[in-house]
Design a binder for this molecule. Structure first.
Ligand code: SF4
Length: 345
């Protein structure tokens, strides 16, 4: 099975900008960006990011605001803050060189078992396994694993299988091959078993159970959240707040958003905006996060009265007038500003 998978991968792998490199920094950036994000979304972000910060030293020297701005629109902003923190650790604690083992890499901020295995196998040739959603799907089918893959028992099983399989020769290619097979052939729906190089080893194929696997317990339904966003301009500058580092959209900027309801007026007043009757309601939008469904009413206006902003209150650590292009806006904030500006969202 290992040989068949490697032969297939070497002939069929998609040409992606992070393939063919053994630079641990480039591999790390790509792996972090790819977590919970589609490949075609990641490609332009990755290319811009490594062009701007081509080494771990340049990333460590960058400001976190610039890194967040480069990440703006990719989501899961904690990844960007952890990337920056770990770059600083590599420079300060390891003389600018990445630890060369999975165990050493796992000591860096934000690098868990998956990322340390990916970097160690691809950059340093260590036979360390990786397990992501694609690998779970492939291995649960190949071995017909019937535990809930979100449970610790299911996770243990799949990691054990991946560990058994990863070869000493070409472990990086093998890990990438397994993930590539899951992304392109062993898909969630309509697996293309006729084109699969490891079909002779696949128990689910032999027993006709492919579509039943993997077994994943349902996640909790996302929580609905209703907000009121105020898009307030002063000339070309927009009133924006920078969110606290720990928490949702940590470190990102946005037009002030407060819980929609009776306290909305007071919430906006705490950001120096008001009264609400000075603003025009311009519409509503929905924004889906993994655990929340945001329903946002958007109001817009021009700033007239006070020029001094009040001290920030939670969830903002700073309030400021900025041109939108100058700050790291989350995707939700970009949609809010676009709606208020009359652009399609
Ligand atoms: S034979 Fe089908 S189910 Fe089995 S690994 Fe290949 S694509 Fe997946």
């Amino acid at each position: 099975m290992v040989a068949a998978l490697l032969t297939w991968y070497r002939g069929a792998a998609r040409d992606l900008p992070w393939r063919g490199t053994s630079d641990p920094y480039a591999i790390w950036v790509s792996e972090v960006m790819l977590q919970q994000t589609r490949v075609d979304t990641v490609v332009p972000y990755y290319e811009r990011f490594v062009r701007r910060w081509p080494t771990v030293g340049t990333l460590a020297a960058a400001s976190i605001d610039d890194v967040l701005q480069a990440w703006s629109g990719l989501g899961y902003y904690r990844r960007a803050r952890q990337l920056h923190a770990a770059a600083t650790e590599v420079v300060d604690q390891h003389g600018g060189k990445f630890p060369s083992t999975a165990a050493g890499l796992a000591g860096l901020t934000g690098i868990g078992r998956y990322t340390s295995g990916a970097i160690a196998s691809i950059a340093f040739g260590e036979a360390a396994p990786v397990v992501d959603g694609n690998v779970i799907r492939v291995l649960s089918r190949v071995y017909e694993l019937r535990d809930d893959m979100r449970s610790s028992r299911g996770q243990k099983q799949v990691w054990a299988r991946a560990e058994e399989l990863v070869p000493d020769g070409a472990p990086g290619d093998f890990n990438q091959a397994l993930m590539e097979l899951g992304a392109t052939i062993c898909r969630p729906r309509k697996a293309d078993c006729d084109a699969c190089p490891i079909r002779p080893s696949c128990r689910a194929y032999a027993r006709g159970t492919v579509d039943e696997l993997p077994i994943m317990a349902k996640r909790k339904a996302p929580k609905p959240v209703r907000l009121l966003a105020a898009v307030v301009w002063r000339g070309e500058a927009l009133l924006v707040g920078q969110r606290e580092a720990d928490g949702l959209f940590g470190g990102m900027w946005e037009p002030p958003m407060v819980p929609d309801g009776e306290s909305a007026e007071a919430g906006l007043a705490a950001c120096g905006i008001g009264p609400l009757s000075c603003l025009e309601m311009v519409g509503r939008l929905k924004h889906q996060l993994s655990h929340r469904t945001m329903d946002v009413a958007v109001a817009s206006g021009r700033f007239r009265a006070r020029s001094r902003l009040p001290p920030p209150t939670s969830p903002y650590v700073r309030l400021a007038w900025r041109k939108p292009a100058e700050v790291a806006l989350s995707t939700l904030a970009q949609k809010v500003v676009a709606l208020a500006s009359g652009a399609p969202t």
